[in-house]
Design a protein around this ligand. Structure first.
Ligand SMILES: Nc1ncnc2c1ncn2[C@@H]1O[C@H](COP(=O)(O)OP(=O)(O)OP(=O)(O)O)[C@@H](O)[C@H]1O
Ligand SMILES: [Mg+2]
Length: 272
């Protein structure tokens, strides 16, 4: 272990794209895997700082740091666990936690998107590079152009694993997919992550997932008087098509039905 540069630091956790270590002084170093692009790392740091400055509860990046040849970001070390783990231990308080999460999402969506990349462009790229047939792609892109740009701070990956239960309040982490765009696009992405994202997908969990998505939506809608369920309906088909590009195969038949229904509702061609 002598030549492992991180050996003297305590490992905290790891995700798909990085590992976190406690480097002392109340700080955590997030070290990225080589497959993560420089652009993504820069965006994550920038968006976290931007969010923090707007009063969104988050750990804002302190500095960039490479370590043992790996690229990293230093963050304030947060206490507690992800909302996912916390809900497993406190299932009876899930409703409360999900409502809080929706309130925080609403708060995020009252912040401006600053110089972040435009979300509509991200969606268009993901649709075009995704697996949908060309006819569906073309119609969806034309439809996307008719939707409003929006200019609020969107997270892009707002799920139970990217919110930490850090007393006294929840904190949002992992801003690598942030953009400036319409709040409803970000809220339907969270709906999809909740209902069809990674994690257990047995039928009891699926019932819970659908219920949880509803709790989250209600709290978010209540926090933002200017958006409503019709905005969610308008964004759902394009966000679903964009998500096809990166999605793994969880609850695939259910997701396909959900997407076809969303496409049909706005008069777009369906996949099946
Ligand atoms: N500032 C922090 N302080 C303490 N623990 C943290 C902090 N940031 C993240 N973590 C822990 O590290 C885990 C991974 O962090 P994060 O979600 O940022 O990484 P990731 O690899 O980008 O995740 P993903 O798997 O979503 O791609 C989190 O689930 C959380 O448990
Ligand atoms: Mg994460």
């Amino acid at each position: 272990m002598m030549n492992d540069p991180m050996a003297r630091y305590a490992f905290i956790a790891k995700g798909e794209s990085a590992e976190l270590f406690d480097i002392g002084n109340g700080q955590a170093l997030k070290l990225f895997r080589d497959s993560v692009s420089d652009e993504m790392i820069a965006r994550e740091a920038e968006a976290s700082i931007h969010a923090g400055a707007y009063g969104v509860p988050t750990a804002a990046a302190i500095r960039r740091q490479t370590w043992g040849g790996r690229r990293g970001i230093v963050y304030p070390r947060l206490e507690g666990s992800t909302l996912m783990d916390w809900i497993r231990r406190n299932p009876m308080r899930a409703g409360w936690a999900l409502s809080q999460m929706g309130v925080i999402h609403g708060k995020m969506h009252r912040a401006g998107g600053g110089a972040l990349r435009p979300l509509k462009k991200v969606l268009a790229t993901d649709i075009v590079y995704g697996p949908a047939p060309l006819t569906v792609q073309r119609a969806a892109i034309a439809y996307l152009e008719t939707l409003p740009d929006g200019d609020v701070l969107t997270h892009g990956d707002f799920h139970l694993g990217n919110v930490m239960m850090t007393p006294p309040e929840m904190m949002v982490i992992d801003w690598s997919k942030a953009a400036a765009g319409h709040p409803a696009a970000d809220a339907v992405r969270s709906e999809m992550l909740m209902r069809f994202g990674i994690g257990p997908a047995d039928w009891v969990t699926n019932l819970w997932r659908d219920w949880a998505a509803g709790r989250l939506r209600r709290a978010w809608l209540a926090a933002l008087p200017d958006v409503n369920g019709r905005d969610l309906d308008a964004w759902r088909p394009v966000v679903a098509l964009a998500w096809l590009r990166a999605r793994d195969a969880r609850r695939t038949p259910a997701f396909m039905r959900y997407m076809d229904k969303a496409l049909q509702r706005v008069g777009l061609p369906t996949l099946h």
